[in-house]
Design a binder for this molecule. Structure first.
Ligand code: BGC
Length: 550
């Protein structure tokens, strides 16, 4: 079954998305790795939850240096996930249940195992050589001082051609040369081929990095050091080519746009932009930032800035978690389930398309890593080694490296006491260790408990699905001068929703602005029952968030 692509082109504006990290979602063949059949078997759950589409992290053939973000074959499925036929079954089954399917498109770079790079590295005359970015070797020195997000040089030497190739991520992930028209043509062929497999859109990985600054630019050491390879002049040529392709194929797009700030958002999304929705990275807890990283005020103020910017034009992809971030309940709420409910209220009441990351709806937490061999993510391991080299003790180095690691998001989904397999033996042999708290924090237990995080998500999702104001209303915030509390309305006049998000972990007393009190408000939902009436001075319990209607 194919869902009509042209009849409802803005379907994603009123939709709720769910991000699936295939390696950790559901193992169906007991090899300790999640797979496509496992995902398909969970559609009834996603239907119950109220999800309209899924975004699958990369499932293409890959040597897995970066868990699939190093693609060796764009048009095939990694054998550990199943076959192309399994994927067709997944897409078909999703569509039968009215769930759309978004794939990850990783075209800033490929794997060094991709046929193009295998050829490109052999000689300067090879037809694929210019598919990648090369600089000649002089005095065995890297061509410039640029370093990437992990602090390593972006250049690796290639003996066969006596050149250096550019890689923004690991050396095994060489960047494609987007200036080369043959690269553009090949990528368009790949997009077209996927469209023919009936997918509904793409999440565009590392989109802002396609254009690099001239290589004689010096990289600074300040906060903006990464801007030399983000959002650079000239990127619009590549973006508009992609945009035309996506438009003609009726594919929805959401672009990951690191280095893009709220004030330049409209260049990316909106009537003048190139993508339907944007994933901004400004509010994130980044691995490379120095403490204090968990800053609730930063989260609320950045989201407010983005909401204001895209209030009338453009669209935001809303998320608090993804496969690159530690778990939000840990970062912002010390693992308190009430914090997860408050964060859910934020995610599901803002203007934009909410994306729930697998397990977020259960209140899954960060894991306590007890040995270095539990680390999977190379940048995390890199941090660990760096801390050891700086003379930090093993235990402290492990704690420091893992407490902010993206590995926290990648531990297997906690469906049962055993994690993502109902077989105890297999749960002990999963590709990545399961968080031991799965014995008490899991789907089965959550579903039975009316007060669980999951049942709160369920209620809120179904509330939003039925509420045109929460889906499409405009956003207006009110300044109450509290760092951890955000008050805003969503409105589709004459209808309004008033939302109070409280991320404070201690009781608070706040004054509600007169302009709000002049209207009559009735409670719809609160993270803590009984739901309080609105009043000039309100006493709030820790993480008490509320939605009212007028
Ligand atoms: C993805 C990461 C990945 C990187 C390189 C990011 O934007 O979300 O998981 O490591 O791109 O592809």
């Amino acid at each position: 079954m194919v869902l009509a692509k042209d009849t409802d082109q803005l379907w994603w504006r009123s939709a709720i998305g769910y991000q699936i990290y295939p390696r950790s979602f559901q193992d169906s063949n007991h090899d300790g790795i999640g797979d496509l059949k496992g995902i398909t078997s969970r559609f009834p759950y996603l239907k119950w939850l109220g999800v309209d589409f899924i975004w699958l992290n990369p499932i293409y053939t890959s040597p897995n240096i970066d868990n699939g973000y190093d693609i060796a074959d764009f048009q095939n499925v990694a054998s550990e996930y199943g076959t192309l036929d399994d994927l067709k079954t997944l897409i078909n089954s999703a569509h039968q249940q009215n769930i759309r399917v978004i794939m990850d498109l990783v075209v800033n770079h490929t794997s060094n195992q991709h046929f193009w790079f295998q050829e490109a590295q052999t000689s300067r005359d090879n037809p694929y050589h210019d598919f990648y970015i090369w600089q000649p070797n002089h005095n065995d020195q890297a061509p410039n001082n640029w370093t990437n997000f992990t602090g390593d040089s972006v250049w690796t030497y290639n003996q066969a051609t006596d050149e250096w190739y550019f890689h923004l991520f690991a050396p095994e992930q060489p960047d494609l040369n987007w200036e080369n028209q043959s690269v553009q043509t090949e990528i368009i062929k790949i997009i077209t081929w996927w469209s023919e497999q009936n997918i509904d859109g793409f999440r565009l990985d590392a989109l802002s990095h396609l254009k690099k600054m001239p290589f004689d630019t010096l990289q600074s050491t300040d906060d903006y050091q990464f801007e030399i390879f983000a959002n650079n002049p000239g990127i619009e040529v590549f973006l508009s080519l992609l945009h035309q392709t996506f438009q003609s194929l009726h594919l929805m797009t959401i672009g990951e746009a690191g280095g893009v700030h709220a004030d330049t958002a409209k260049f990316w999304t909106g009537s003048q932009g190139f993508i339907d929705m944007i994933f901004e990275l400004e509010h994130q807890v980044r691995q490379t930032q120095v403490p204090p990283r968990a800053n609730r005020n930063h989260l609320l103020t950045r989201l407010t800035a983005w909401e204001n910017t895209l209030n009338t034009d453009g669209w935001l992809g809303l998320y608090l978690e993804n496969h690159d971030q530690p778990r939000s309940i840990t970062v912002y709420g010390n693992d308190n389930p009430l914090a997860a409910k408050s964060l859910a209220t934020l995610l599901l009441s803002l203007r934009g398309t909410p994306f729930i990351y697998q397990g977020e709806e259960l209140g899954m937490t960060n894991m306590l890593f007890t040995t270095p061999d539990q680390i999977d993510d190379p940048p995390t391991y890199h941090d660990y080694q760096r801390f050891l080299a700086a003379g930090i003790s093993t235990d402290v180095a492990l704690k420091q490296a893992t407490s902010w690691s993206r590995d926290n998001a990648r531990t297997p989904m906690q469906w049962t006491n055993f994690g993502f397999s109902d077989n105890e033996l297999n749960s002990k042999n999963t590709w990545m260790v399961t968080n031991p708290n799965t014995t008490f924090l899991n789907y089965q237990k959550n579903r039975q408990d009316p007060k669980s995080v999951l049942n709160y998500y369920h209620k809120l999702i179904h509330l939003r699905r039925k509420d045109e104001v929460l889906k499409s209303g405009r956003f207006q915030s009110y300044d109450i001068g509290h760092p951890d509390i955000l008050i805003f309305t969503r409105y589709l006049l004459p209808d309004k929703r008033l939302i109070l998000i409280n991320l404070a972990s201690t009781p608070q007393s706040i004054s509600i602005p007169h302009s709000i009190l002049s209207e009559n408000w009735h409670t719809i939902i609160s993270t803590i029952e009984p739901t309080p009436e609105i009043s000039p001075t309100m006493q709030l319990q820790p993480f008490q968030s509320i939605i009212w209607y007028n």
